[in-house]
Design a protein around this ligand. Sequence first.
Ligand SMILES: Cc1cc2nc3c(=O)[nH]c(=O)nc-3n(C[C@H](O)[C@H](O)[C@H](O)COP(=O)(O)O)c2cc1C
Length: 178
Amino acid sequence: MSLLIVSCSLNPASRSAQLAQVALEDCRATGGQAELIALGPLNLPVCDGDGVYNHAAVEAMAKKICAAKGIILAMPVYNYDVNAAAKNLVELTGEAWTGKVVGFICAAGAPGSYMSVMPFANSLMLDFRCVIAPRFVYATTQEFADEQLAEDGDLRRRLRGLTRDVAAFAEALDGITG
Ligand SMILES: Cc1cc2nc3c(=O)[nH]c(=O)nc-3n(C[C@H](O)[C@H](O)[C@H](O)COP(=O)(O)O)c2cc1C
């Protein structure tokens, strides 16, 4: 089952990028096929709803999304929402998301923004009939000791649960959603 993990933070010292890397290792450790793409180096243009769809990097990303059975988005929470780069990715690649199983990994400053990912989830569900894995990982700054992810803490267990669920949902729903 091929999973695509997209690291959406543009911060070089990103915590969600660390979580994306662990998710990649978890997928591979269980024999799954997975690819990790970081949005930062791609320099995707901002969506203008017009000519931007012909941009080579946008077309390449849309193809990656189309080919994936399940997608895990690792995202920062900014201003009680996912960061603009994550939303921009969906704006740029819209229909490519149709019927995908999608899981979320969120890095946030504090617990109070736990529900902030829901408008983004609603758009994926209602606009593109995505199946959102109900278990998502929400990690606050306090869970990173010295900016590093603790080796065998609860966050590692939650990440394994997420990657397992997304792979299982994607396999079970293969050919059914869309
Ligand atoms: C512009 C900005 C807005 C933020 N807004 C929120 C917020 O609404 N809720 C929250 O819990 N954390 C907020 N944070 C904290 C980030 O979610 C936190 O630093 C997280 O680690 C960012 O993800 P990253 O490390 O993967 O880049 C904000 C940070 C920035 C820079």
